[in-house]
Design a protein around this ligand. Sequence first.
Ligand SMILES: C[S@@+](CC[C@H](N)C(=O)[O-])C[C@H]1O[C@@H](n2cnc3c(N)ncnc32)[C@H](O)[C@@H]1O
Length: 179
Amino acid sequence: MTTHWTANWGQFYGFTKDSPPWPLLMRAAALASRGGQALDLGAGAGRDTRYLLEQGFQVTAVDSEPRSVTLLAALPQDHLQVVQSSFEDFPFAFAIYDLISAQFALPFMPKERFATVFGRLKAALAPGGDLVVAHWRGWPAEAPQEAAEVHRQLTSDERFETLVEHLDAEFVLHVFRRR
Ligand SMILES: C[S@@+](CC[C@H](N)C(=O)[O-])C[C@H]1O[C@@H](n2cnc3c(N)ncnc32)[C@H](O)[C@@H]1O
């Protein structure tokens, strides 16, 4: 059951399907020298999933949208597990991911579920693993969460070291490393 705020992502998938990966993810993947297990939350049309596969990660790509799952099914499947699920229902494993990427996705979670799910997400990162998060500042206005607030919950968490921070009028971007 979809409990989160949702939108018609068709146009976004059309724009991004053949796009290069989000630049911050490339930077984080370069920092994460060991490769290993990656989790792409809100994988959409798969631009970042594809890049992570190309970088040699074993990738779990999660999205609740059936159209996303269809597009992800067109990627090479050998090192990919596609999971159609909301973040709220996804069974996060404990401390196994070397890289978690959540690009333009986390603020869509419902406010009342956010703390619990965010706690599971953070615990899913292996010690020394990296979390890459980006979102538009204040857009879409109807989204349940404000990106800056979501990111504040990481910058204020002493278990996470901020490796990269970029804040401007349009974007809020971070790479965090779990201590
Ligand atoms: C703006 S798109 C970003 C897609 C991709 N990360 C990118 O940057 O190209 C947001 C994606 O997150 C997914 N999404 C949003 N909220 C979600 C939730 N609570 N659970 C699972 N997927 C969610 C949407 O279905 C959509 O594919």
